[in-house]
Design a protein around this ligand. Structure first.
Ligand SMILES: Nc1ncnc2c1ncn2[C@@H]1O[C@H](COP(=O)(O)OP(=O)(O)OP(=O)(O)O)[C@@H](O)[C@H]1O
Ligand SMILES: O=c1ccn([C@@H]2O[C@H](COP(=O)(O)O)[C@@H](O)[C@H]2O)c(=O)[nH]1
Length: 238
């Protein structure tokens, strides 16, 4: 089984506590011990947003801000690599070919951002498509995809399941500026739509939830399922 896990910077290291990074690394190592090929993609979180905010005030444009964001995602990726030690490739892969080759060698791969104009959600979706992953997990700071931003709207409802097309409608109005907050970005949603890969968005603040979702298929987040497959037994058996 091949799994790609997108770990938001805000769930990996919200305040740069090494204990939390270690807990995420322990989950990745246990999945690796189970014989699962694991690829991880690490986001920038609050630290990236702080840098982006400061550089925006200093006059940097959006592409320059994205590049700053990418730099922070790669720093966070190095935190996870530090905790993973020998099971991980020694530096964050900067393209899918390098990451895929490391996965084929049996290393846990750790990526950050790759190119301006997107987020690490798109990196995770593209890498998952590149390696024909069986499962893509977005471990984020909210318990799934909601009808509106749950941090701003008390009436927002969580979707148990959503099609990629409906997901695009939900997130279409979220700004695309550097450092924007979205459970999954637009490009990632479109990549999930075209690949039809099995995808879960869940609250990753407790990393054991990621482990349960991968090993037992149990989670309380949102399944992103191709239209028409909601009740298709063969889809859910993959
Ligand atoms: N419809 C929605 N459903 C769920 N979350 C939403 C929605 N609209 C906006 N959000 C916001 O999306 C964000 C998703 O979490 P988060 O900011 O942790 O991003 P991430 O992709 O996990 O990566 P990182 O932490 O690295 O930025 C939350 O801040 C949440 O408030
Ligand atoms: O491929 C990428 C990845 C990231 N960025 C920029 O970095 C920030 C932080 O990444 P998150 O995944 O949101 O944590 C993102 O908002 C982009 O500005 C990028 O440009 N390209």
């Amino acid at each position: 089984m091949r799994v790609v896990i997108s770990i938001g910077g805000s769930v990996l290291a919200p305040d740069l506590q090494h204990e939390r990074v270690n807990e995420h690394a322990a989950v990745v190592e246990r999945l690796d011990d189970e014989g699962i090929d694991v690829g991880t993609v690490v986001g920038g979180g609050g630290v990236a947003r702080q840098y982006i905010r400061a550089a925006r005030e200093l006059g940097a444009n959006e592409i320059q801000l994205d590049d700053i964001g990418i730099a922070v995602t790669r720093l966070n990726a190095r935190l996870l690599i530090s905790a993973l030690g020998d099971v991980a490739a020694p530096s964050p892969a900067e393209d899918y070919e390098t990451a895929g080759a490391a996965m084929r060698r049996g290393d846990v791969t750790v990526m950050g951002g790759v190119v301006a104009g997107q987020t690490t959600d798109a990196v995770a979706a593209a890498f998952a498509e590149y390696v024909d992953a069986d499962l893509l997990v977005f471990a984020t700071s909210v318990p799934g995809v909601f009808s509106a931003d749950p941090k701003k709207d008390d009436t927002a409802q969580r979707f148990d399941q959503i099609t990629p097309g409906d997901l695009v409608d939900v997130i279409a109005d979220i700004e695309m500026a550097a450092g924007a907050n979205a459970p999954v970005d637009l490009l990632a949603a479109k990549l999930i739509e075209r690949s039809g890969m099995r995808t879960i968005v869940l609250d990753g603040t407790d990393p054991e939830r990621i482990e349960r979702a991968v090993l037992d298929g149990e989670h309380e987040g949102t399944d992103i399922v191709p239209a028409g497959t909601e009740d298709d037994v063969s889809y859910w058996a993959r």
